[in-house]
Design a protein. Structure first.
Length: 244
């Protein structure tokens, strides 16, 4: 016990070591002593010092000395993978969200032959409604969407790895607008549930695999490549020797 306390005090310095809390055998000729930790930053923790004696040896040595949490010890929150910490709206310009190859939200395009997809193709525009958008109404909506935040000229679209038209989360609209617009179905994308242009984009593209650099390199503070021509007047010593 004295050897274990000495090891704990050397490790805990300059903080003192508290009372002996007990011991626990680990294996043959291996024993762990526990001491209270008096460091105010580690309340509820305890020093664990393991001592051992080799076979046919007479001297006991210290194997290790570590801090271990006890009952009521202040512990950090459990680690959560970044993909589970991510929330819709966290993605910004230049950010990239790679999609895992086994994402259950995506399926190969050639396997999507359900009855629902066939019914969408056969849908008749205006069925069951008194009025529908006119050609002018569709043109105005298309121009407004294309020039807005879901168009191709936004910062997040400029830094995207690819266009929405090649993304698995892109749901094309019906009718004439199908060629240019669709709806984003990625909950982590900033445009989830919104109409986006086919040439829009963001970092949550379904085929994103690498993270590009989204920061622009600022101009150098000191230009080490350029130089200035400075006129130099002859010194008085050179004039005395007849040099011009």
């Amino acid at each position: 016990m004295d050897l274990a306390r000495q090891a704990a005090e050397e490790t805990a310095a300059p903080h003192p070591v508290g009372e002996h809390l007990g011991m626990e055998p680990e294996a043959e000729r291996v024993l762990t002593h526990y001491f209270a930790c008096l460091d105010p930053a580690y309340r509820g923790w305890r020093w664990a010092v393991t001592v051992a004696r080799a076979a046919r040896a007479k001297v006991v040595t210290v194997s290790e000395c570590v801090l271990l949490p006890g009952e009521g010890a202040l512990m950090p929150p459990p680690w959560v993978p970044w993909i589970e910490r991510l929330r819709p709206g966290d993605l910004g310009p230049g950010d990239l969200l790679p999609t895992p190859p086994d994402d259950p939200r995506l399926a190969p395009g050639y396997t999507d032959t359900s009855d629902q997809a066939e019914r969408q193709v056969q849908w008749e525009l205006g069925l069951g409604r008194v009025r529908v958008l006119s050609a002018q109404g569709r043109a105005e909506a298309a121009a407004r969407w294309y020039e807005g935040a879901a168009g191709p000229r936004t910062p997040i679209a400029a830094s995207a790895p690819d266009q929405c038209s090649t993304c698995g989360f892109y749901l094309p609209l019906a009718g004439e607008l199908r060629q240019l617009f669709g709806v984003c179905a990625n909950e982590y994308a900033p445009d989830d549930g919104r109409v986006v242009s086919a040439d829009h984009g963001c970092g949550a593209h379904s085929e994103a695999v690498t993270t590009p650099s989204g920061a622009e390199v600022p101009p150098p503070i000191v230009d080490e490549m350029g130089y200035d021509l400075v006129p130099v007047s002859p010194s008085s010593d050179e004039e005395a020797l007849g040099h011009s």
